[in-house]
Design a protein around this ligand. Structure first.
Ligand code: NAP
Length: 258
């Protein structure tokens, strides 16, 4: 049990990749905090995993610093420590740059994908520094390393996550806190399914056609599952990765090789 006696908190844990990460930490012995805008979803996850009181659900909007601080305080009050914090909550939208400005979506994606991650790191840093140990894992995307048209907000924030991760990694390593990032490829979640639904509707294709085409572009030949990401998160957060700092690893089936 790599995480026996430890506490792991995951943002965006009600769905998709975050739920997969939460389940992985629970399976490896951690007490887990499911943090999500979707409180009912977080509660369902906590009930699934924590019949014995080893899981809690908290409502949190990563764009709201007060709700982040309240969640950190609640976890510390209940369990006295936070060993692992996974910044997974994220949103996606597309916008053609030649179309009228879409400031509402632009401001929201910055607030959730980048500022929210910064605020979460800030809130969890001090308790980790005080204990002289901790691991923060930031979920970026292959979109942080490569380009997709009409995704300036998504690619921009996900690239920003990598810069944020590297800076915090060298700042916090001397305090025993390791910060790393993950850049998933195409992972079957509600977010990817909504992309498929939109593109198939635009192109007049059967639902699922975009996913099939996408899978053909992956060297391994298939779309990943949340567990493929969760396994790498758990590795980076574990003592097995005790000498790994500031890296950005791609569970993506071979799409991006740097
Ligand atoms: P998802 O299925 O949409 O799940 C995201 C979860 O985050 C949802 O429960 C959502 O709640 C929650 N959330 C959204 N905004 C939030 C906020 N402000 N505060 C707290 N929680 C919030 O997405 P996913 O595919 O699992 O993606 C998870 C992460 O992986 C994201 O950062 C995404 O960019 C990244 N990623 C995904 C893929 C992929 O192919 N799926 C690839 C690369 C990277 P609501 O449902 O209430 O909005």
């Amino acid at each position: 049990m790599r995480f026996g006696g430890r506490v792991a908190a995951v943002t965006g844990a009600a769905s998709g990749i975050g739920l997969g990460i939460l389940r992985r930490f629970a399976r490896e012995g951690a007490r887990v905090a499911a943090l999500d805008l979707d409180f009912e979803g977080a509660q369902a996850a906590a009930e699934e995993l924590g019949g014995d009181g080893s899981a809690m659900a908290l409502q949190l909007d990563v764009a709201d610093g007060d709700s982040i601080q309240a969640a950190v305080d609640r976890i510390l009050a209940a369990w006295g420590r936070i060993d692992v914090w996974v910044n997974n909550a994220g949103i996606f939208y597309v916008h053609n740059i030649a179309d009228p400005p879409d400031m509402e979506n632009w401001e929201r994606i910055l607030a959730v994908n980048l500022t929210g991650m910064f605020l979460c790191c800030q809130a969890v840093t001090r308790p980790m520094m005080e204990r002289g140990s901790g691991s923060i894992v930031n979920i970026s995307s292959i979109a942080g390393k490569m380009a997709f048209p009409e995704e300036a907000g998504y690619c921009g924030t996900k690239a920003g996550v990598l810069g944020l991760t590297r800076s915090l990694a060298v700042e916090l390593a001397p305090h025993g806190v390791r910060v790393n990032a993950i850049c998933p490829g195409n992972i079957l979640t509600p977010m990817l399914q909504s992309v498929d639904a939109r593109i198939c509707a635009e192109e007049g294709w059967e639902p699922g056609t975009h996913l099939e085409k996408t899978a053909q572009e992956v060297p391994l030949g298939y779309i990943g599952q949340p567990e493929d990401v969760a396994a790498v998160v758990a590795f980076l957060a574990s003592d097995d990765a005790s000498y790994i700092v500031g890296q950005a690893i791609n569970p993506d089936g071979g799409l991006v090789l740097y």
